[in-house]
Design a protein around this ligand. Structure first.
Ligand code: QV4
Ligand code: CA
Length: 512
């Protein structure tokens, strides 16, 4: 009995760190700015059949509609109310998406903007996605409702009312982030409205939340809100399942606020991951892949079972937020595929794959002045649908990195090796490296500027394997390279530095 109680207690405590994905489905994909109708279809036609665990969606609630610049993506980070009408669709479409995705075992994670409402300069009128009236100047949001006394301005001690110094933890939590009206989260009324919003989403069937701008909220305030959240909907989830929580805290070191303050609430985004991996794959600052031997906590990252990781996100792929120029994106496709493959092969963290849209970059003095451009849209501002080409790539300027063969196959690789130890590391002291995951999978990279020809211990059972990077297993044949593993587990890998993708990955589900 005592043991049972202990197990229950441990289960409850650790629950918010668990993404609640189905067994054998380990990765999330961020379908940035996708419409709900398209996500529902993608769950059914692609994500479920390829073993994706879930989707991070763009903010589903009522947001400001901006005209200058014209309909930027970031308007969705300026809430007007908690009604479920947004650029991605209306409430009925949202419910339909959650139901259809859940029914095929691909779960939905909501980007929750609870630190603030729209910018102070957002004006007054009905320019919101749900079309209700609001007045940013008088801090009046009748559709919630919030009014003047639900905001922090009295508490903020800077002259401008803005966060001026990230070294001052009071400013970071109590002042405005880029002019965004900062909610008074210590108020029971405000906490109640936010919990009501999140519980509505939980009841509809979502599996968890990304908490936007968590650094700008006091951990105690967030905890008071997450403690009010319901268990997940038992139509799809086991009784007692807690919503998965991952908090956006950018901590590259050297700031007054540490990620560690948030670990009691849920997982935290590990921003060092993509910034450092970008440096390594680009071979900047003297970094090389052989240094990845102790990747993870050995590089000063938070504990693996508390981290949510990604190569790039919707901010740093366009120079917003943190990370800097080292961040790899689809614009550097060859290096990007290597970075994503390394992430998906490596056991550290819960992994999130980015799925983007294309926009015309325009560099002026080292800054992309087109970093605001919203999703592919029609002249009336409505978002274009994601069309699927005959070769299964996407049209209408949707990049669909998650559909790239190399990335899709590495999502499957991660599922196949789930729970297996990091084993059989090998490196040449430079940028040729390899490692395995128990006796289930093995990956080899050649990021040097010369040919690679090595025989390595893979730890895999003997057999002929299909490389899932240059091709994959189709029926009883490989469409790309074949690797033969001998009876001792060793195999010869020849990878040209000029190959389209200078890496090879094999796993037991791609054995002939
Ligand atoms: C402007 C001025 C301000 C001025 C204000 C007056 O810059 O100085 O006070 O007008 O009204 C947009 C504009 C920004 C504008 C602001 C308010 O870019 O210039 O302020 O709106 O009108 C996204 C974008 C922001 C955008 C914001 C709201 O990145 O550019 O601001 O949405 O639309 C830090 C944080 C971290 C954050 C990261 C970007 O610690 O939490 O910066 N990341 C998250 C999201 C991100 C989002 C927000 C937080 C805010 O991932 O996408 O910001 O919700 O590191
Ligand atoms: Ca705040």
């Amino acid at each position: 009995m005592k043991l049972l109680l202990l197990l229950v207690a441990v289960g409850l405590c650790s629950a918010q760190y668990n993404p609640n994905t189905r067994a054998g489905r380990t990765s999330l994909v961020h379908l940035f700015e996708w419409r709900w109708d398209d996500i529902a279809a993608e769950c059914e036609r692609f994500l479920a059949p390829n073993g994706f665990g879930g989707v991070q969606i763009s903010p589903p609630n009522d947001h400001i509609v901006l005209s200058n610049p014209w309909r930027p993506w970031y308007q969705r980070y300026q809430p007007i109310s908690y009604k479920l009408c947004s650029r991605s669709g209306n409430e009925q479409q949202f419910r339909d998406m959650v139901t259809r995705c859940n029914n095929v075992g691909v779960y939905i994670y909501v980007d929750a903007i609870i630190n603030h409402m729209c910018g102070a300069g957002g004006g007054a009128g009905t320019h919101s996605s749900c079309g209700g009236y609001f007045n940013a100047g008088s801090k009046d949001f009748p559709s919630v409702p919030y009014s003047n006394w639900d905001f922090n301005d009295g508490k903020c001690r800077t002259g401008s009312g803005e966060i001026e110094n990230y070294g001052d933890v009071y400013q970071v939590r109590d002042c405005r982030l880029v002019g965004l009206l900062d909610l008074a989260l210590e108020k029971d009324y405000v906490r109640g409205k936010i919990a009501e919003f999140m519980n509505n989403l939980i009841n509809i069937g979502v599996a968890g939340f990304r908490l936007d701008a968590a650094k700008h909220m006091w951990p105690g305030d967030i905890k008071a809100i997450t403690d009010r959240l319901n268990n997940l909907n038992t139509r799809w989830f086991a009784g007692g399942s807690r919503p998965f929580i991952f908090q956006e805290v950018i901590d590259l070191g050297g700031e007054a606020i540490s990620y560690s303050e948030y670990l009691g609430i849920g997982r935290v985004t590990e921003f060092k991951y993509g910034a450092k991996l970008g440096n390594v794959i680009r071979k900047w600052n003297g970094e090389k892949m052989s240094y990845l031997r102790n990747w993870g906590e050995g590089w000063g990252f938070m504990a693996s079972n508390r981290a949510l990781v990604f190569v790039d996100n919707h901010d740093n792929q366009r120079g917003h937020g943190a990370g800097g120029a080292s961040i790899l994106t689809f614009f550097d496709a060859r290096l990007y595929k290597m970075g994503v493959a390394f992430m998906l092969a490596h056991p550290y963290g819960v992994t999130r794959v980015m799925s983007s849209y294309r926009w015309p970059r325009n560099w002026v003095n080292g800054k992309d002045v087109n970093d605001w451009i919203g999703p592919p849209s029609n002249s009336d501002g409505s978002t274009k649908s994601v069309t699927i080409n005959a070769d299964s790539t996407c049209g209408n300027d949707w990049v669909c990195e998650h559909r790239w063969r190399q990335i899709k196959n590495m999502v499957i690789f991660r599922n196949v090796v789930d729970g297996q130890a990091f084993t059989n590391w090998w490196d040449n002291g430079s940028n040729q490296v390899a490692f395995g995951r128990g006796n289930r999978g093995f990956i080899v990279f050649n990021n040097d500027d010369w040919y690679m020809d090595v025989t390595l211990n893979t730890g895999l059972p003997a057999g002929t394997y299909c490389d899932v990077i240059s091709g994959q297993k189709e029926g009883s044949r490989c469409t790309g390279k074949q690797i033969s593993v001998g009876s001792t587990g060793s195999a010869r890998f020849q990878i040209s530095n000029n190959d389209e993708d200078p890496f090879v990955a094999i796993h037991v589900d791609a054995r002939l």
